[in-house]
Design a protein around this ligand. Structure first.
Ligand code: HEC
Length: 112
């Protein structure tokens, strides 16, 4: 009787862990994406690294510049890059649509 209770306990623990890990898997870690894929050009502080600035990256902390760009502009540029600037690589193949959308508030946060 006791061992049945233990098996039952372990089983519900397993189910709990499985559902928890699938919940966590859906979470998007924008800080990690930024550090891994964006900071190289845009810098940890959003102002742009020397390489990024050389490529034509703007200062993300510049609120006046941010105001000239809509969220859709950002999603579009992150997804497709800039056809007029071959230094700006498209991320559409590297990040999912949800991840790209999640990066917009992350970029906006630098000017707040
Ligand atoms: C290889 C360097 C490089 C990397 C890596 C990079 N960017 Fe950029 N980014 C640029 C350059 C250069 C521009 C300016 C493009 C232009 O307007 O000509 C830019 C522009 C932008 C803009 C402004 C777009 C607009 O519509 O004005 C956003 C937002 C942006 N990047 C976000 C990101 C995010 C998010 C990542 C990481 C997923 C990233 N960038 C990674 C170089 C880079």
């Amino acid at each position: 009787m006791r061992s049945k209770a233990i098996v039952c306990f372990l089983f519900s623990g397993l189910i709990f862990c499985l559902s928890l890990s699938s919940l966590l898997a859906d979470e998007i870690y924008t800080d990690e994406i930024y550090a891994e894929k964006c900071a190289l050009c845009h810098g940890e502080d959003g102002k742009g690294t020397p390489t990024g600035i050389d490529f034509g990256a703007k200062d993300f902390t510049d609120a006046a510049w941010q105001a000239t760009r809509t969220d859709d502009d950002f999603v579009n540029s992150i997804t497709n890059g800039n056809p007029d600037n071959s230094n700006y690589l498209p991320f559409g193949d590297m990040l999912s649509e949800e991840e790209i959308k999640a990066m917009v508030p992350c970029v906006r946060a630098f000017a707040q």
